[in-house]
Write a protein that binds this ligand. Structure first.
Ligand code: 3PY
Ligand code: MG
Length: 270
């Protein structure tokens, strides 16, 4: 099962950053377009800010997995039952937004792991089919704890201040920076795509602390150019684009060119 988790395999190989895309629009066809984009290891199904409910998550996760790409689910909130729904539908990993403390990270690990390590309930007949080759139900029970990824977002002031403690929590695999929320929460928001020095220093602190703890660090980017900058800095997991903003940009670019206008710049929009 571990080898069937493409994102985990990319981390193990350590051959450079793992790139992914962000799904905010519901629909299995959207999932497939994203998952079939060349060079993508994972697609994140965004149940926090995207237009994706529990049913749409159950459509997206299998469509992404069927393309041989890791489906990752961002939960709306840090709630045990949401962890269960996402993992039971077959996510290869979960991402929890707005984490604040190491205590919350420990609680999350408890919710994400089967006993005796944690307290995840067992019984989904769906999850194993999202891996190829598919494990039996018993194999899933025995291998899930070591095969699935538990990831937290560092995007609050409290989490930044205790980043070393959070990175040290056993069972937390990835610390993933949300630059927009982190900027807002430390008083230096991203405005027109600009990351000020204070936010940039905070990002560097997370990168350093996470690597020092032997964990992987990720970040949300708004363009290929910005993704390249963070890849060169040593980030392990990079979200390159979202379906919604990519669609918006491509449509306005084509319309502008059709009218004989200039190609609009993407800017630093989400
Ligand atoms: C942020 O930038 O706050 C994010 O969570 C990216 O989705
Ligand atoms: Mg955020």
């Amino acid at each position: 099962m571990q080898a069937a988790n493409r994102l985990r395999t990319a981390f193990t190989k350590g051959t450079g950053p793992s790139f992914g895309l962000w799904q905010m629009i519901p629909g299995a066809n959207v999932s497939r377009v994203l998952a079939r984009s060349p060079g993508v290891d994972w697609v994140l199904v965004d149940c926090e800010h995207g237009n994706i409910d529990d049913g749409a998550m159950h459509d997206a996760v299998p469509a992404i997995a069927a393309a041989g790409v890791s489906p990752i689910v961002r939960l709306p909130d840090m709630q045990g039952w949401m962890v269960k729904r996402a993992l039971d539908c077959g996510a290869h990993g979960i991402l929890v937004p707005l984490l604040r403390t190491a205590r919350e990270a420990k609680d999350l690990v408890q919710a994400a792991k089967f006993p005796p390590w944690g307290r995840r309930g067992f019984g989904s007949p769906l999850a194993m089919e999202r891996f190829s080759p598919a494990p039996s139900m018993t194999e899933y029970l025995q291998q899930a704890n070591d095969s699935l990824l538990t990831m937290v977002q560092i995007e609050t002031k409290e989490a930044l201040e205790s980043v070393e403690e959070i990175a040290a929590v056993e069972g937390i695999d990835v610390l993933f920076i949300g630059p927009f929320d982190l900027g807002n929460n430390i008083g230096h928001p991203v405005i027109n795509g600009i990351i000020k020095k204070e936010l940039s220093d905070a990002i560097d602190r997370v990168l350093e602390a996470t690597h020092k703890a032997g964990k992987k660090v990720g970040i949300f980017c708004t363009s290929g150019e910005q993704s390249k900058v963070f890849a060169d800095k040593g980030f392990d997991m990079i979200s390159v684009a979202t379906d919604y903003t990519a669609l918006q940009f491509t449509l306005s670019e084509s319309l502008s060119v059709a009218r004989g206008g200039a190609k609009p710049a993407k800017g630093g929009s989400y």
